[in-house]
Design a protein around this ligand. Structure first.
Ligand code: UD1
Length: 345
């Protein structure tokens, strides 16, 4: 019988975490999933939806990963690896409330790492972001993992500091085994339409904004600038289907469970850039109607164009994206149209 590994998924009820959960549970009985989440940016109903999709239960703890209660999870379970996504992620909010971000993102990570050390859990997958590449110039594209790191906002600083902490742990402890995943722009949803991104209030990111325009909750998309040096003047990003992203985590986990690697960094992106207008056109095709938009001023801090060189993940993790931009738009719309109020139906 195959040895089942227990994976602690912190932030597992969130947009990306829920998709990782499904991917782990769908791998026969290879993984048992223990989700820890405080629902600060997620909904308890996601756990039922995960069961609907997979037919399997996760073990769940409603715990803030900063709290002492987290130790209970380590006491009650023999954990083989941790995937840590428990963090705040809104760039604009982080500029307004930097301490909220440093407090939540760094203290939760420290608490997790200290407990991992205490309970001899060595395998760690860290959710990082392409934001750690800071300001990127057009002649530096595509960005590979050796690109110098810097940040432009407190959220990005928490990710970069998080990476630094892991680097130091790896230098000090030869048993510490870690993969840092730098996400580009995740969009899309599980093909079932049962889980997806639940944006509360006015979304900061482009795809949840577009889907709210599609359901009539917002009148049109504001495009932040059409005078960039790009194909049509609008910003270009590397959009990645959230299911591809989730599969990247499973590959990272497999590598950690089978090898002792110290610390490694991987971009998870498609390796292709699409402009905001290209995204709107692709979404409008899936939607069957044109998404209305207006051109407004540039958003401060936005880069013109950024996309990944994902070849390291292909070579070492044997991972590459399978979904196209049209697939991402179809699945985002499928989720939003079936759940106009997110998990509250
Ligand atoms: C942002 C964050 C990044 C974070 C990611 C996902 C920055 C610098 N980066 O990426 O750290 O990991 O979100 O949470 O903020 N756009 C519009 N109208 C909108 C919203 C966006 O035109 O209403 C445009 C933007 O100008 C950009 C593209 O759409 O060209 C993508 O924007 P967004 O979805 O916010 O992602 P990023 O800014 O790339």
């Amino acid at each position: 019988m195959r040895d089942t590994k227990s994976i602690l998924l912190a932030g597992g009820a969130g947009y990306i975490g829920s998709h990782i959960c499904v991917e782990l549970l769908n791998r026969d009985n290879k993984y048992k999933v223990i989700v820890v989440d405080n629902f600060s940016n997620s909904n308890p109903k996601v756990l039922d939806r995960i069961k609907d999709i997979t037919g399997k239960d996760v073990k769940f703890y409603e715990i803030d990963t900063r709290s002492n209660e987290l130790e209970k999870v380590f006491k009650e379970n023999k954990i083989d690896a941790v995937i840590d996504l428990a963090a705040y992620k809104a760039v604009g909010d982080s500029v307004k409330n930097p301490l909220k971000y440093y407090n939540n993102n760094l203290i939760s990570q420290m608490n997790m790492l200290l407990l991992m050390k205490k309970y001899s859990v060595n395998n760690f997958v860290f959710s990082s972001s392409a934001t750690v590449y800071g300001e990127v110039k057009a002649d530096e594209l595509p960005i590979n993992e050796n690109h110098p790191t810097s940040t432009t906002n407190p959220y990005g600083s928490t990710k970069l500091m998080g990476e630094q902490i892991l680097q130091d742990c790896s230098i000090s402890d030869p048993d510490f085994n870690c993969i840092v995943l730098r996400y580009f722009n995740p969009i899309g949803a599980h093909e079932s339409g049962k889980i997806g991104e639940e944006a509360i209030g006015i979304p900061a990111n482009v795809m949840p904004y577009i889907t709210k325009v599609a359901i009539g909750e917002l009148p049109y998309l504001n495009i932040f600038g059409n005078d960039y040096d790009t194909i049509d003047g609008t910003g270009v990003r590397d959009y990645i289907h959230v299911v591809d992203l989730a599969k990247g985590h499973v590959k990272a986990l497999e590598r950690l469970l089978n090898n002792r690697i110290g610390i490694e960094y991987f971009n998870l992106g498609a390796g292709k850039g699409f402009s905001v207008l290209e995204l709107i056109h692709a979404f409008s095709r899936a939607y069957g109607k044109q998404i209305e938009y207006k051109i407004v001023d540039r958003r401060p801090g936005d880069a013109a164009i950024i996309y990944a060189d994902p070849s390291k993940a292909k070579d070492i993790l044997n991972w590459q994206v399978e979904y196209s931009l049209d697939d991402m738009c179809r699945d985002s719309w499928n989720w939003q149209s079936k759940n106009p109020n997110g998990y509250n139906i």
